[in-house]
Design a protein around this ligand. Structure first.
Ligand SMILES: [Zn+2]
Length: 613
């Protein structure tokens, strides 16, 4: 490592060449951060660390990464992968084909918006895309005669200048550190002047949701009537924070999280280019941990390579990566999963403790269990071979996929998901983890809730209809609904293609009176929009008749279809909790220290559990 001539403002760790320490995850992550905006903001909402003072944002001067020499060169300092492999063409931008296609069409038809909005989670390539669009718009081709193109040549002066972040007409700003109206005013002033050398003057504003309200208002005027030579490219991770007025004036591109397989292939390619040997399983783990973000994945890979360099073999192994990420050994994860399925409480607890002692984080452990449940379910649904890196893994997952009922898998997933939330928030994650996994034990022994629901339905036909207690709805006698069945009517409407309307009907409408041509209904107080016309039109279109639709104030009526389903679910859950089999399951591990009143009768045992649930 060391300072690169290409990196005059070298990042802190790049100078720390003599130290054997690998760059920390946070450092790498920040480096991968769109560094073209100068330093990261002092305190962003994401809580990212500050690594260097924020620079003047407009006219960012950091040279971009050259993409030409990808092969490792001992004379060149090590460069953070996320910067080195920033995509330079749309073809290199992985996982965003839909967006690229739309953009290509817009360019081909010369129907380019004045403002684009790139949304998506961190690290999916929003600002890389913005730069590519800047290139696409300003490329003049190798001969200087070309127009806007989806395949910018990469060799003309504008292309090179943009790639290197030194194009005078492509102005980049990080809204996170420039939230004020004055920062925006600078832009607005400059917008009036024509581009100096390029076709378009392009403003790239990252994390645009961070702008203050005044700043947005100032910007809005320009967005309403932008000069023809100006394009705005906004990027944001939190699109819901943007004013509607801004949203309505931009063409929006939602960048997808990148699927694991794509990331894996991408990382494998990069390892090849870097001359780094890496096990397939290692890359698989990295791709999984990246959670859809190329940048996060590359940061982890960076770290893994740094670790590997310390080894004599200098190979990125699955074991190393697992250690690094605090992930459980895969076979240990599967053993743990097996304990859950077999209902072996004691073994489960000791397996958890063992993993914890090895330094596996509770959350990582839980995630691994979720991953297993997910892959088994997928294998079951697809009917194909289970996805897994080793043959052992594939075989065991395949076995589970054939043996486990789908309902049980889904229940297990729900329980794990709930556990994940609890572990994340718990003051003591280990205790929360033990509680969460112990709770899953009886999932294997419960009757299927689907069957329970059926049973309830039968019961419900002889008894009163289930009504949710908190909605205050009063079930109406079925006879007052005439000869029409609301549920069937809504399903038929749904099936005829009016899905949106059907979902309003399911969610909001509490039928007071239903007969041919007449619908009287109540609604929960939380719904305030007038849906009478929607209902009238829908019923008219569906039945070919005019309908008299009337809303009864006060929320009266039978529970809506959605409320019914929820009530059924609640009852099923309650029935499950008190089911003898479940109580028997609680008896299966009487020594579990989590139960404080060990002397209590079995029936009482469920109470501390459900309270902790
Ligand atoms: Zn070009």
């Amino acid at each position: 490592m060391g300072d690169s001539p290409e990196n005059p403002d070298g990042l802190p760790w790049e100078a720390a060449s003599e130290e054997d320490e690998a760059p920390s995850a946070a450092e790498l992550e920040d480096a991968g951060q769109e560094s073209m905006f100068g330093g990261p903001p002092p305190a962003t909402s994401a809580g990212e660390t500050l690594e260097e003072p924020a620079e003047q944002a407009v006219a960012a001067s950091r040279p971009a990464d050259a993409s030409e020499s990808a092969a490792p060169d001992p004379t060149q300092p090590y460069r953070v992968l996320a910067r080195k492999y920033r995509p330079q063409t749309f073809a290199e931008l992985i996982g965003q084909e839909a967006m690229v296609r739309t953009l290509a069409n817009a360019i081909a038809r010369d129907r380019l918006a004045h403002a684009f909005l790139m949304t998506g989670v961190r690290g999916v390539g929003k600002t890389s895309t913005a730069r590519l669009i800047a290139k696409a718009l300003n490329c003049i081709g190798p001969d200087g005669q070309g127009g806007p193109t989806i395949s910018p040549c990469g060799v003309c002066e504008p292309c090179r200048a943009i790639a290197e972040g030194r194009h005078i007409d492509v102005i980049e700003m990080d809204a996170a550190s420039h939230t004020g109206v004055d920062d925006v005013r600078e832009i607005i002033e400059a917008v009036r002047y024509a581009a100096v050398s390029a076709r378009y003057k392009i403003y790239i504003i990252d994390e645009v949701h961070m702008l203050s309200r005044n700043a947005f208002n100032a910007l809005l005027k320009t967005l309403e009537e932008p000069p023809a030579h100006v394009k705005f490219l906004f990027a944001t991770t939190e699109v819901e924070k943007l004013p509607v007025t801004v949203l309505s004036r931009t063409q929006r591109f939602d960048l997808r999280r990148i699927p694991v397989e794509l990331l894996e292939a991408h990382f494998a390619e990069i390892c090849r280019k870097e001359g780094v040997e890496a096990e397939a399983e290692a890359l698989h783990i990295v791709a999984n941990a990246a959670e859809g973000s190329v940048r996060d994945g590359l940061s982890i890979l960076d770290q893994a390579i740094a670790h590997a360099d310390l080894d004599t073999e200098s190979k990125v192994t699955a074991e190393r990566v697992r250690d690094m990420l605090g992930l459980a050994d895969k076979s240990a994860q599967r053993r743990l999963f097996a304990h859950m399925l077999e209902g072996e409480g004691k073994a489960l607890l000791s397996a958890i403790d063992e993993q914890y002692a090895l330094g596996v984080e509770p959350l990582a452990l839980l995630r691994a269990q979720m991953d297993l449940a997910h892959r088994i379910t997928v294998a079951q649904v697809s009917g194909g071979e289970a996805e897994g890196v080793s043959a052992d893994e594939r075989e065991q997952l395949g076995d589970w996929a054939t043996r486990l009922p789908a309902g049980q898998l889904h229940r297990l997933w729900q329980l794990l998901l709930k556990g994940h939330e609890e572990v994340r928030l718990a003051p003591d994650p280990l205790v929360a983890l033990r509680m969460a996994l112990l709770r899953t034990l009886y999932a294997g022994q419960m009757p299927d809730p689907g069957r329970l629901a059926k049973k309830l339905e039968t019961l419900g036909q002889s008894g009163p209809a289930p009504a949710p207690s908190k909605t205050g709805a009063t079930p109406t006698d079925a006879s007052s609904q005439g000869n029409l069945d609301w549920g069937e009517l809504v399903e038929a409407i749904d099936a005829s293609g009016m899905m949106q309307e059907a979902s309003i009907m399911r969610l909001q409408v509490r039928v007071v009176e239903l007969s041919d041509g007449l619908l009287r209904y109540g609604r929960d107080a939380k719904y305030s929009d007038d849906i009478r016309n929607v209902l009238r039109d829908t019923l008219h279109r569906h039945t070919g008749k005019r309908w008299n639709v009337e809303e009864v104030p006060g929320g009266a009526g039978a529970p809506s279809l959605v409320e019914l389903i929820e009530a059924e679910r609640e009852q099923a859950a309650a029935a499950t909790r008190s089911h003898p089999l479940v109580r028997a399951a609680f008896d299966a591990f009487p020594e579990a220290e989590l139960i404080d009143d060990g002397g209590a009768a079995p029936q009482r045992r469920e109470i501390p559990w459900s309270r902790n649930a």
